[in-house]
Design a binder for this molecule. Sequence first.
Ligand SMILES: [Zn+2]
Length: 66
Amino acid sequence: MEEKTFQLNDIVEMKKPHPCGNNRWKIIRMGMDIRIKCLGCAHSVLLPRKEFVKKIKKVFPAGENS
Ligand SMILES: [Zn+2]
């Protein structure tokens, strides 16, 4: 199984795009649960860590602009 690493302020791409059409989210809170904010519409959601890990497709570490 692939282990994904991520940290606060990282940008993540989800498997399913948000209804607003955006597919990138920023990690704005870390803990038992992860809070991410949609970069398209600024909507934020709280996901249990396990579920979050299952839903992310790609992580763009903060500070890397590619
Ligand atoms: Zn959105």
